[in-house]
Design a protein around this ligand. Structure first.
Ligand SMILES: Nc1nc2c(ncn2[C@@H]2O[C@H](COP(=O)(O)OP(=O)(O)OP(=O)(O)O)[C@@H](O)[C@H]2O)c(=O)[nH]1
Ligand SMILES: [Mg+2]
Ligand SMILES: [Zn+2]
Length: 341
């Protein structure tokens, strides 16, 4: 975000956040976190010329979710320049990092553009992974299928994407051509915050540039042998759109392990859950048990084997990751009790 002479409204301020101010000491000023460094945050609007604040140690001892992340609204003391509070979030996107830690991806997002391209990147199971997290966070998901100009049969990819769920919007675009992005604009208006999620090279930064009407992010061609991107974007950043909303560009993620997303998985795979509820035994593992509705549905073609496998995998992953996170949390509590600050 280049222009720091921005107003609160331009970076997504809403009356719901304004109402939270009453619960904090008077005189503190709100700002949005538009970039995160190791120990500091970049804010917009600036607070009396101050555009960066340090994050005090106390934000690090209360667990990962207490730390401010990109998209957060924070309160700053304009006299001391100290970060005093993080406002209660309307939503939070998180994942389990490859190191096994909960990583916050973005806060206070309304809509997630889950981006995939019409090439080797396209994977329904990966899309289901993103969808589970986004739905769990109460965020509107939109599947954005890019590079429709680069293939003969873009419609086949779009049809597959539409099979993900009856209520999940799918938009097919050429990210380089603004005339194809009209369908996305309904999510880009004032007070809207959009996050871009997807692998490297699918066109996330290209979408930011075309929607912005200017080159704000660097983009780079994908490898021709496997369509994989080159991890061109290396940090997260928020950008103001001419339509009134803000959009968050992120580095392409190699892995998107679920942190806690139980409700999201259940909601995305409601159709499978509904079938399984008709199994004769409550604890049916859908193996050799008699009266298994899931096996019957697979046999008569009303349930797709890939979708079932994806559901089982995400459900198991979510359960084991959630248990590991809870375990870490307990260890963290014990450790921080031993070392009072
Ligand atoms: N033909 C075509 N090319 C596209 C489209 N979208 C993106 N590209 C190209 O794909 C390449 C990768 O695009 P980027 O926008 O850099 O991809 P990214 O998702 O930001 O990748 P990372 O920053 O690495 O995560 C660039 O050369 C873009 O010009 C599209 O819809 N059609
Ligand atoms: Mg990029
Ligand atoms: Zn069964």
């Amino acid at each position: 975000m280049r222009d720091l002479a921005l107003t609160l409204t331009q970076v997504g301020w809403t009356p719901a956040f304004a109402r939270q101010l009453a619960q904090h000491p008077a005189g503190l000023l709100p700002a949005r976190v538009i970039a995160v460094q190791r120990t500091g945050l970049t804010l917009a609007p600036e607070i009396h010329g101050l555009k960066k604040v340090a994050v005090a140690g106390r934000f690090f001892v209360q667990g990962v979710e207490a730390r401010p992340t990109i998209g957060d609204w924070v309160l700053v003391d304009p006299v001391t320049g100290a970060l005093e509070a993080v406002l209660v979030r309307s939503s939070l996107i998180k994942r389990l990092s490859p190191a096994g830690e909960v990583q916050l991806i973005a806060a206070n997002i309304n809509t997630a553009f889950i981006v995939t391209s019409c090439n080797a990147d396209f994977s329904l199971s990966r899309l289901e992974r993103y969808l589970s997290v986004v739905i769990d966070a109460g965020i509107t998901p939109v599947v954005v299928v890019t590079k429709i100009d680069a293939v003969e049969e873009a419609a086949a990819y779009v049809t597959q994407a539409r099979s993900l769920g009856p209520d999940i919007p799918v938009e097919a675009v050429n990210a380089l051509d603004e005339t194809t992005l009209k369908g996305l604009l309904r999510w880009c208006g004032p007070r809207q915050s959009i996050a871009l999620l997807g692998s490297s090279g699918v066109g996330k930064s290209t979408l930011v540039n075309t929607l912005s009407g200017q080159e704000v992010q660097t983009t780079r061609a994908v490898r021709s042998e496997d369509d994989k991107g080159r991890h061109t974007t290396t940090s997260r950043s928020l950008h103001v759109l001419p339509y009134g909303g803000v959009i968050l560009d992120s580095p392409g993620m190699r892995e998107f392990q679920l942190a806690e997303a139980e409700q999201g998985v259940e909601s995305l795979f409601m159709d499978v859950e509904r079938i399984a509820s008709a199994c004769k035994f409550n604890d049916c593992k859908h193996g050799p048990e008699p009266g298994c509705a899931v096996r019957n549905a697979l046999a008569d073609g009303s349930l797709d084997a890939r979708r079932l496998a994806s559901f089982v995998k995400l459900q198991q992953e979510e359960q084991s990751n959630r248990a590991a996170i809870a375990q870490r949390g307990r260890r963290h509590q014990v450790a921080s009790k031993k070392k009072p600050l």
